[in-house]
Design a protein around this ligand. Structure first.
Ligand code: ZN
Length: 181
């Protein structure tokens, strides 16, 4: 699928849901890394509005026991790919989304400064869907046409010991093969 990012860092045709959890990237900071995440809210349940609510600071702390532990977080990602491949954008790629937290990649700290964060709706033990790989590959190609991305990595790789996503079910070789097509 052909996806296109505008000069402003917005994906044409994607559902755009503005998250307030973002700010400016440091001046002169090139966007050269893609960080892959996975998330489901409540954990292990797919299709609800918990992720959108988390990213827009409207999660109901009383809606689920787990929500009480995360309702105060101020987080976001640039993109979310649902199980059926639906693609949503929350933050312009030109802005800094708050997805990586304390992190380090090849000796550089604060990965939010220079990365684009993509969330796949998923859970530790659930294989990701074919549709998610296809959309992720198309999105990655669109990002690389606009930004000087040199690599893709997982949240668990830049925040080891603290984060485990996208988890053991994410097939890196499949992903890398798809984007070379
Ligand atoms: Zn993550």
């Amino acid at each position: 699928m052909e996806l296109r990012l505008t000069e402003e860092g917005l994906l044409e045709g994607a559902r755009y849901i503005a998250s307030p959890n973002c700010d400016e990237r440091p001046a002169g900071c090139a966007v050269d890394l893609i960080v892959i995440h996975s998330i489901s809210l409540p954990p292990g349940e797919f299709g609800g509005d918990g992720i959108v609510r988390l990213f827009t600071n409207t999660l109901d702390a009383g809606g689920h026991p787990y929500y009480a532990t995360i309702a105060g977080l101020r987080v976001s990602a640039h993109f979310l790919i649902r199980r059926d491949g639906e693609l949503s954008q929350f933050v312009s790629c030109g802005a800094r989304a708050w997805h990586a937290g304390e992190s380090r990649w090849r000796g550089r700290a604060r990965c939010n400064d220079f990365s684009i964060g993509i969330e796949l709706e998923g859970a530790d033990e659930a294989p990701f869907e074919d549709r998610q790989y296809a959309v992720l590959a198309g999105l990655t190609r669109a990002i690389r046409l606009r930004y000087p991305v040199v690599d893709m990595t997982g949240h668990s790789d830049i925040a080891p010991g603290r984060k485990t996503d996208p988890g053991p079910q994410f097939d890196w070789s499949r992903y890398r093969a798809l984007i070379e097509d």
